[in-house]
Ligand binder design. Structure first.
Ligand code: ZN
Length: 132
């Protein structure tokens, strides 16, 4: 069974913290020990685990991706959002987190982020919880 939740992003580019929602679903479905696979069914956003303490880290990551993938270049895609597609490929659409004693096994400074590159949009995150 795939569990889903929605994320409404508010910026053109944004790192939305979804740690609480993911932990909530893990608890709700009673997974004590196993793995939590996360996936976004979208082509212009991604998932990442990174620092949840200093918000400047999120800004620096978004700025660095903007430098790496310029807004204007000789892109062919007629929709005009090739930078968002490219960032999505670089960041990736999926993650796996271990679960023990009902809790996501993240480092002290880690949070789970939905990385928006073509917002604002309504996004979905899909979760597969596997006992083991
Ligand atoms: Zn497109």
């Amino acid at each position: 069974m795939v569990h889903k939740f929605k994320v409404k992003t508010s910026g053109r580019s944004e790192m939305a913290d979804i740690t609480r929602e993911v932990q909530g679903l893990v608890r709700e479905h009673g997974l004590e020990s196993g793995v939590c696979h996360l996936f976004v069914p979208h082509t212009t956003c991604g998932l990442a685990i990174n620092e949840n303490a200093d918000p400047d880290v999120k800004s620096d990551i978004l700025d660095a991706l903007d430098l790496a993938v310029p807004e204007s270049s000789a892109y062919r895609h007629s929709e005009g959002n090739s930078p968002a597609h490219i960032k999505s490929v670089l960041v990736g659409p999926s993650l796996t987190v271990f679960v023990e004693e009902g809790g996501l096994q993240l480092g002290t400074w880690q949070g789970i982020y939905l990385c928006e590159y073509d917002g604002p949009r309504n996004r979905e995150v899909w979760l597969k919880l596997i006992k083991g």
